[in-house]
Design a binder for this molecule. Structure first.
Ligand code: AMP
Ligand code: MG
Length: 412
């Protein structure tokens, strides 16, 4: 359709590169309690204050022995017991063993633990019925992590894989990047917030809801400025307020060329903002630039496009600003299309699809159906983007395509 006019459109990669090359991560960080650090980004490498495990301990329930006393097959009487949290500290006479439980400190002098399944207990003591190697079943101090070792680099998001690790080191406080402050508003005379009845010609504001949720999941502090009418003075006031309070301002709507699209005018006046036509579908119109103080992203009005441009462009931008240097673009995988996919050459297409693996373990994907940029339900029906190359045309069932599974922002 717009194949002949797509040479002036900029590619997603170009847009991303331009955005990311302009912004630098925030400089401010803070020290916070580990218990409130979920979702935060490390501002410096985390160094282990201790050895893990902190002392040599038993990997098994069994018997601690001195292997040089095992050369005769005589039974060894049990001299005492060692439990996790209750070490054996008494005398340890020669030619005896110590009953030991998993996690208990290794008694001084022991050099192996024999699992109880390899022990025969009689009145005379314990006899062992399997070969024994010095060092077996002993977890050494520092075997997992050495004191002074770097356990996490800077730029990592703290979640269920990281926080318990820090807890295991006794790290009570962690240095994290300060949260990004992001102001968000929707533009449009037709928009109503949820909870209000719709009048003729009105629709509910989907974009602010979507953007706010995604921002919260990204760990940003959200400044929600609501719905802004298509009126220059109101818009100007909203932009100024947002700019003075936030690191990033995100609006939706008004970035195309309709008669009520004032965003461009506003931004020419208030900052240096470029209006781009992106070679992606959905989501052609997109604005990016700098206000007096904050960065600005203008999302398209159509909800599917707004969420897509947020996901593909704003998400990486926020990751960079927030110091989340370990953030990665969602991986792309190859899958076989089970349904034909409508496509004309000219723009990189992000259709919504449903992927799964078949009995042979191969990935398959089908379309969620209607791909209109107002059909927001395609996100909840789908679990991935089907990413169709810019120059590709109609895709027949059976062809291989790229898919991009939704990450936590859209998926579950
Ligand atoms: P615009 O770019 O402002 O011309 O908007 C393009 C289309 O998206 C129009 O159909 C708008 O009604 C619709 N739209 C704009 N903003 C929103 C929003 N926040 N939620 C839902 N639909 C919107
Ligand atoms: Mg509008």
């Amino acid at each position: 359709m717009d194949h002949c006019h797509t040479s002036d459109l900029i590619s997603l990669e170009q847009a991303l590169e331009t955005m990311l090359s302009q912004v630098a991560p925030l400089q401010e960080s803070e020290s916070i309690a580990l218990t409130s650090a979920a979702g935060r980004i490390t501002a410096a490498a985390v160094i282990s204050p201790i050895d893990v495990p902190p002392f040599a301990n038993s990997a098994m329930d069994g018997y601690a022995v001195r292997t040089n006393e095992l050369n005769t097959n005589a039974p060894l009487p049990v001299a005492g017991k060692a439990f996790a949290g209750a070490p054996y500290t008494g005398e340890w006479p020669a030619k005896t063993c110590i009953r030991i439980m998993t996690g208990a400190p290794i008694p001084t002098g022991a050099d192996a633990v024999i699992m109880q399944e390899q022990a025969e207990v009689s009145e005379a003591g314990v006899r062992f019925n399997a070969p024994v190697r010095s060092g077996q079943n002993i977890r050494l101090a520092g075997e997992d992590i050495r004191q002074g070792a770097s356990v996490l680099p800077a730029g990592v998001k703290l979640g269920a894989a990281q926080l318990p690790l820090l807890a295991s080191l006794g790290v009570a406080e962690v240095q994290v990047m300060r949260k990004l402050k992001v102001a968000v508003f929707s533009t449009g005379d037709e928009l109503q917030p949820v909870g209000q009845p719709l009048q003729a010609g009105q629709i509910y504001d989907t974009n602010r809801f979507a953007v706010r949720l995604m921002l919260e999941q990204l760990g940003c502090t959200v400044i929600d400025l609501g719905i802004i009418r298509d009126d220059q003075a109101t818009l100007r006031a909203a932009f100024n307020q947002a700019d003075s309070q936030a690191d990033v301002v995100i609006s939706s709507g008004g970035v195309s060329v309709g008669e009520a699209d004032y965003t461009k005018q506003m931004l020419d006046e208030l900052g240096q903002v470029g209006f781009w036509k992106l070679a992606i579908k959905p989501g052609k119109p997109f604005a990016f630039g700098k206000l007096q103080h904050a960065w600005f992203c203008g999302l398209p009005g159509n909800p599917v496009s707004a969420a897509l441009t947020f996901y593909q462009l704003v998400q990486p931008l926020l990751a960079k600003l927030a110091g989340h240097s370990e953030w990665r673009l969602p991986a792309r995988l190859k899958a076989r299309a089970l349904t034909p996919l409508k496509k004309s050459p000219g723009r990189l297409d992000f259709q919504r699809g449903i992927f799964s693996s078949n009995a042979a373990g191969e990935l398959e994907v089908s379309s969620t159906g209607h791909q209109g940029s107002h059909v927001f339900s395609s996100y909840s029906q789908g679990n991935c983007f089907i990413v169709l190359e810019r120059e590709r045309g109609f895709v027949a069932a059976g062809e291989m395509v790229d898919i991009e599974p939704f990450n936590g922002l859209l998926g579950n």
